[in-house]
Write a protein that binds this ligand. Structure first.
Ligand SMILES: [Zn+2]
Length: 329
């Protein structure tokens, strides 16, 4: 870990030769300072956020490396060609006068981004200069989510502690929070409109992560090909992927149970002498598609049987001799 830098006070219209050189790594031709707009964004810090999570100082340093070169988008127009900015420099800045709620010196990950000035982004630049656009959300992947109370990595070892709740520890009462450690990738950052985010600060998207499904696919492929050792990151990716599948499986199971209950109810109405328990046993063996099909068919049949009574709300009786229906209203 290197020492934190000093806070730079920078006018967005002034671009230093060092900054220009850093930007030129990303441009096809060396652009003049007048063609560029440079601004500073605070990406994230080590304060506990409203989700009860925080980056460790070490994570901020790692993210500083990962975010250089990453593009940012503006929430109202993510596809706008001229509405993107790229980070060309990032630095962790410490504020010794400020202590976080977790008792650490406040550290912030500051980044400098550039945009190529154009007519289309003139308004946007004005908004950034005017401080209207200043809250940023970041999207990144971390391989460790550590419980501050028991030290468990909750990605692989869930614990019962709830972020935000107080717990008695040998060193006194502590509020549980999650430490986000070992960032493995940074995906993007974006400006969020202040009115939509009244609680100023960082909104992050650690999980689920863009591209993680593809990563998990690669890990699975390697395992199928006989790979038996996984790196910590690969294992974490796989665990998150499995957690996601588990959640989906639960939702699927709930849906199946709803279909089975519906099957028992509808078959009871269609065939009153059929025992509920038997209907239940029949549908246990049916697939989702078969259940959906049967339920739909029984529903339609029951609609056909009593159309008028449903429309008029009257009692009805069926003539046993000729099949004609007589209605009493
Ligand atoms: Zn815990």
């Amino acid at each position: 870990m290197t020492e934190p830098g000093v806070i730079k006070h920078m006018d967005s219209t002034e671009i230093t030769p060092q900054q220009l050189a850093a930007i030129h790594k990303y441009t096809r031709r060396p652009l003049e300072a007048e063609e560029l707009y440079v601004f500073k964004v605070n990406l994230c810090d080590n304060e506990v956020d409203r989700d009860g999570e925080r980056f460790t100082i070490q994570s901020l340093y790692r993210l500083a490396d990962l975010f250089v070169g990453k593009t940012g988008i503006f929430d109202h127009n993510p596809k706008g060609d001229n509405q993107t900015a790229r980070i060309f420099e990032a630095q962790v800045v410490a504020d010794p006068g400020r202590i976080t709620s977790a008792g650490e010196t406040y550290h912030c990950l500051c980044a400098w981004a550039y945009m190529v000035r154009s007519q289309k982004n003139a308004d946007l630049i004005l908004e950034i200069d005017g401080g209207i656009k200043k809250e940023v959300s970041v999207s990144c992947a971390v391989s460790q989510r550590i419980c501050s109370i028991c030290g468990a990595n909750r990605l692989t070892q869930p614990c019962s502690h709830q972020p935000g709740a107080d717990y008695e520890t040998p060193t006194g009462t502590q509020k549980c929070h999650i430490l986000l450690e070992e960032p493995t990738d940074a995906y993007e950052w974006s400006f969020v409109a202040i009115p939509a985010q009244p609680q100023a600060g960082v909104t992050k998207a650690h999980l689920p992560i863009f591209g993680e499904e593809a990563q998990a696919g690669e890990v699975l492929k390697a395992i199928r090909q006989g790979e038996t050792s996984l790196s910590q990151t690969q294992a974490a990716v796989l665990c998150r992927y499995l957690d996601g599948l588990e959640e989906l499986a639960k939702a699927g199971e709930n849906y199946l149970e709803t279909l089975r209950k519906e099957y028992v109810r509808l078959s009871g109405a269609a065939l009153p002498s059929l025992e509920g328990e038997v209907a239940r046993q029949i549908c246990e063996k049916m697939t989702v598609a078969q259940l959906e099909h049967c339920n739909r068919a029984m529903e339609e049949a029951s609609q056909r049987r009593k159309p008028v009574s449903l429309q008029l709300g009257g009692d009805w009786e069926e003539s046993s001799s000729d099949g004609n229906r007589n209605f009493k209203i």
